[in-house]
Design a protein around this ligand. Structure first.
Ligand code: AP5
Length: 216
């Protein structure tokens, strides 16, 4: 099974992806995480991506498409992938279609998480992320039981550099402008489902897992 989690910044894609990937035994491929790891490691790709990410713009399609193609060569993706935050332009969707076709794989479902902007801004402004394993917490909705540290690995919790209010608005604008067409691409392919994502985390997980079970 190959799934795509679409949706605006802060809607909860990453939070749900961790649960669903573990349940369905899928490789979790989150382009934001891959890019942040490249920035942290100071690779050529990371240096190129950093200014786009810090200003809330999308990293160029050719860079992201190459990273995803390389990731799909890895063995753990053969049993299925959960793509989180990719594709987010129609050109990326076409590149993914071609890559999967070459590998004899296909997309089983695309879940488009939706919530009002006010909810997204509240979720992003309270988000704290583990600097080591990247797990997301929220000061109000999902606090760490270990205080300022990550429950899973003990890493220090930090605010992401692109979670500043001025960058968040830019990311929302970019999402509306560049990513809107991606839903249509998968609607035409008959694999699209909209998810109401403005409720509590646990209720959304139940809804998504029920849909995943129907696809299996
Ligand atoms: P990326 O890392 O993909 O960020 P994003 O899409 O902006 O999404 P977020 O990580 O902000 O949110 P999320 O939906 O995963 O929410 P989360 O679960 O953390 O991308 C970052 C940047 O990288 C981009 O701006 C771009 O520059 C670049 N990039 C990445 N992919 C790219 C691509 N394909 N092409 C080009 N450039 C790319 O939840 C948010 C918060 O809310 C957390 O604190 C969480 O605890 C809390 N929360 C979650 N669900 C709930 C709930 N139901 N109720 C209450 N709180 C909740």
């Amino acid at each position: 099974m190959n799934l795509i989690f679409l949706g605006p910044p802060g809607v909860g894609k990453g939070t749900q992806a961790l649960q669903v990937a573990a349940y369905a035994k899928l490789a979790h491929v989150a382009t934001g995480d891959i890019l942040r790891a490249a920035v942290k490691a100071g690779t050529k790709t990371g240096l190129e991506a950093r200014s786009y990410m810090d200003s809330g713009r999308l990293v160029p399609d050719e860079v992201v498409n190459r990273l995803v193609r390389e990731r799909l060569e890895e063995k753990d993706t053969q049993g299925g992938v959960l793509f989180d935050g990719y594709p987010r332009t129609p050109a990326q969707a076409q590149s993914l279609d071609a890559a999967l076709r070459e590998l004899g794989r296909k997309i089983s479902g695309v879940f488009d998480f939706q919530a009002p902007d006010a909810v997204l801004v509240e979720r992003i402004s309270g988000r704290r992320t583990c600097g080591k394993c990247q797990k997301a917490y929220h000061v109000k909705f999902a606090p760490s039981k270990a205080g300022e540290s990550c429950e899973t690995c003990g890493g220090a919790l930090v605010q992401r550099s692109d979670d500043k209010p001025e960058t968040v608005q830019k990311r929302l604008d970019v999402y509306r402008k560049d990513t809107a067409g991606v839903g249509d691409h998968y609607r035409k392919a008959g694999v699209y489902q909209a998810i109401a994502a403005d409720g509590p985390i646990g209720a959304i997980t139940e809804d998504v897992l029920a849909r995943v079970k129907r696809l299996a």
